[in-house]
Design a protein around this ligand. Structure first.
Ligand code: GDP
Length: 371
């Protein structure tokens, strides 16, 4: 049995963590609040979850994460997308935060979930991971959510700096999920968030289940570590759930296709290593078809680990974890982030010079009101 720690930082991290807990408690999309009182966690592993936030309202919004796992790091009403303030708050509250992790025991693996673009999660995550890597010797993976590109200059510049800092934090790998890429989920912004969070939660739980399962063909934590250590430190995940109409070949192809992935990439061109895990009834798992698809991928990218978990009566579900050698989409994001940083810099310089508005105010210099 694996001991697993999942930390959600900031609003986005908290919400995804809550989606994981909801699913782990047996809840589908419409799981009622009460479900948590009646059902037991479906985790096979021993999983501890921890939500950190400077904004208490974000923590209160969580429905499926125990109160003792929601930790408020006091700082007024949050850090307002300012990463410098976020870093300062982490520095001041570091020991309190680390004590929360310490108290939860030792782990085989940890995940830290955050958005790249906000204030709290994006500034806490690199510092937290660095601290964890200094103190513990288990691998720490980050799941990082990229912003919608139209969310504004501050979010874009935060993204560029936070991703770089997370990469330098000592993390064992970054799994990317991109709001922009996934936004075609549709509906209101809240529905899109819920849909994206649910996709991420489904993939994480599948991965945890697989790492702790008896497999017909084995992949384990060691293989996962090998996959994640390949490439340029960035990875993504794909998933597909088939029905009786879908062949196993189509299911595997679908986890590698745009519709199945969390981040836009051509896996045959940009992936470096992969792990494909298939779960389902033996009667749907044609080994030749599976080998064909896996070989196609390994011819293009190099090494592909495969695992099969037999679950009688279930249509196949397939998960792919892919590390990337290059990421064209990330280059595009950094290009627009550079423009955003430039725009903010110019704006600041304009404001620092005597502004038109200052001239307007100075027109009444030396005058007094007359009544
Ligand atoms: P923080 O609380 O200061 O760390 O900031 P947030 O986590 O709210 O970061 C803002 C970014 O997170 C924006 O790019 C939002 O689009 C994104 N975001 C906020 N909430 C969610 C959510 O529930 N799901 C997803 N996928 N993205 C979110």
């Amino acid at each position: 049995m694996l001991n697993i720690l999942i930390i959600g930082n900031g609003q986005c991290g908290n919400r995804i963590l809550d989606a994981i807990n909801r699913r782990a408690l047996g809840g589908g999309k419409n799981c009622s609040r009460l479900a948590r009182f009646y059902s037991r966690q479906k985790f096979k592993s021993h999983v501890e979850t921890l939500a950190l936030n400077t904004a208490i309202n974000d923590l209160k919004e969580m429905k499926f994460t125990k109160a003792k796992d929601r930790i408020h790091i006091e700082h007024l009403h949050g850090v307002g997308a300012n990463r410098n303030i976020g870093k300062q708050v982490f520095g001041e509250k570091k020991e309190r935060i680390m004590r929360q992790i310490e108290e939860r025991g030792n782990f085989d693996i940890a995940f830290v979930i955050t958005s790249a673009s906000g204030g709290t999660g994006s500034s806490f995550t690199p510092l937290l991971v660095k601290e964890m890597k200094n103190r513990y010797n288990y691998p720490v993976y980050c799941l990082v959510v990229l912003p919608f590109r139209e969310e504004g200059t501050l979010y874009l510049q935060n993204t560029a700096f936070s991703i770089r800092e997370i990469r330098q934090s000592g993390t064992d790998g970054i799994i990317l999920a991109d709001n922009q890429y996934l936004k075609n989920i549709g509906g209101s912004i809240q529905e899109a968030y819920n849909g994206i969070n649910d996709m991420i939660a489904e993939r994480i739980l599948f991965l945890l289940d697989a790492l702790d399962s008896e497999m017909m063909m084995v992949t384990d934590l060691g293989d996962f570590k090998s996959v994640m250590s390949g490439g340029a430190g960035l990875a993504t995940m794909g998933f597909f759930k088939s029905d009786k109409e879908t062949s196993i070949k189509t299911a595997i192809q679908s986890t590698l296709s745009p519709a199945g992935l969390l981040f836009s990439t051509d896996v045959y061109k940009e992936a470096s290593r992969a792990m494909i895990i298939i779960k389902g009834d033996r009667k749907y798992l044609n080994v030749d078809d599976i080998s064909d698809e896996i070989e196609k991928l390994s011819r293009a990218i190099g090494h592909v680990f495969k695992g099969i978990i037999v679950r009688s009566g279930e249509y196949p579900q397939v998960l792919s974890v892919l590390t990337l050698e290059s990421a064209h989409e990330m280059e595009k994001l950094y290009n627009i982030a550079i423009q955003a940083i430039q725009q903010e810099k110019e704006k600041k310089q304009r404001v620092e010079k005597e502004s038109e508005l200052d001239k307007t105010f100075s027109m009444i210099e030396g005058l007094e009101p007359e009544y």
